[in-house]
Write a protein that binds this ligand. Structure first.
Ligand SMILES: [Zn+2]
Length: 375
């Protein structure tokens, strides 16, 4: 914190007062000392008119030297008083007055110094505190990047407040990143969302934003000996609505009521608005050697290569093993989601799913969901 201008002015005034007193150095001093002290006084007075602290501090410094000299001289005169010679009497009276003036000036200077030390002390404390806060902030960010937000408990009340601020700010920032839009059965596709799909060489579609990284990933995978094929990319919302409606009709036709038919439909097709394929940032990729979208994909070289390397292209394996209770979707060793290079790297390094990375693992109906549908 900068000292406020009032305090600053008080300080400068103190130096100025002391400077003026010194300019009136009494005649009892020898010529030489009087000259030296009056020069000091002029410097101090000149500096006291300055508006910056460094000059005011210089004034204070020269005054301290002046006053030490003055007090020393006065003491010498007091010794002379003991002899009480007529010629010394006037000088002794003047010396006493000069000593009083010097003491008063010294006291002002001292106060001035003390307040300066207080500023320094406060500035030090504040910079220490800022350092500590910065280091805590970065520690908290690492915890959150590792998806460990729920298990972390800050040590003190002050830390808790900082933790909550950092957590909320990170969440807000991530929620504004277009590549990190969370779509699952607890988070519907934003109503005003507009995908920007382009067509892949095999006729499937994908969001234009991740077309290039996807193509590069497929090429590199093929070059390494894989046989990747995108079997499902962008899926328009209307199509998802159509597919879901078809499923409901199937169950209605079989004699189920509307609610049951919807529940049953949701086990086979994602409820419209909850499929990542509607975003345009998701691609189901299988190996041409195994076209079954099931766990057997893990056995293929293509899938092993993709799972190990997708983060280098900004993609993550969206529904990892053992994360179904958080993602709401079964283990899908074929569904890749584009999140951008930085986030893909962090998610890969931490070995977590997107929900954990986004600090969005609290699901209201968590306990009720025992069966995870495919997307
Ligand atoms: Zn998929």
């Amino acid at each position: 914190m900068q000292p406020d201008s009032d305090t600053n002015r008080t300080k400068i005034n103190a130096a100025g007062t002391a400077g003026r007193i010194l300019k009136k150095i009494p005649a009892f001093l020898t010529d030489q000392k009087r000259t030296v002290l009056s020069v000091y006084g002029r410097i101090a007075a000149a500096c006291s008119n300055a508006t910056d602290l460094q000059k005011a501090a210089t004034a204070v410094l020269v005054l301290v030297i002046s006053i030490v000299t003055l007090v020393h001289e006065t003491n010498a005169l007091h010794s002379a008083k003991l002899q009480d010679t007529a010629g010394d009497r006037d000088r002794i009276v003047m010396a006493s007055a000069a000593q009083d003036a010097a003491e008063s000036a010294a006291s002002e200077v001292l106060q001035s110094f003390m307040s300066m030390e207080l500023w320094d002390a406060r500035a030090h404390l504040e910079s220490d505190l800022n350092r500590q806060t910065a280091s805590l902030r970065s520690e908290y960010m690492k915890i959150l990047d590792r998806g460990e937000g729920d298990s972390f408990h800050p040590g003190s009340e002050t830390e808790r407040k900082l933790w909550e601020t950092v957590r909320a700010r990170r969440k807000k920032e991530l929620s504004e990143d277009p590549y990190l839009i969370l779509v699952n059965k607890w988070h519907y596709l934003p109503e005003d969302y507009e995908a920007d799909p382009v067509t892949l060489p095999n006729g499937q579609m994908i969001g234009s934003q991740c077309f290039e990284p996807l193509m590069k990933m497929l090429e590199d995978c093929a070059e390494a000996g894989g046989t990747p094929i995108v079997c499902s990319g962008y899926r328009p919302h209307d199509k998802q609505v159509y597919l879901f409606g078809e499923q409901i009709n199937r169950w209605l036709y079989a004699g189920y009521g509307q609610e049951d038919a919807e529940d049953l439909a949701a086990t086979a097709v994602a409820i419209p608005g909850t499929s990542e394929h509607e975003l345009g940032f998701a691609a189901d990729i299988y190996s041409s050697e195994n076209m079954s979208l099931d766990e057997s994909q893990v056995q293929t070289f293509t899938q092993q290569w993709l799972m190990e390397n997708c983060w280098r292209y900004g993609f993550v394996l969206r529904y990892p093993k053992d994360k179904s209770d958080i993602t709401g979707i079964i283990f899908e060793p074929w569904h890749y989601r584009y999140v951008g290079d930085e986030h893909a790297h962090k998610i890969h390094e931490a070995g977590i799913c997107l929900e954990e990375y986004l600090d969005e693992t609290d699901h209201p109906d968590h306990a009720e969901d025992s069966d995870e549908p495919e997307d």
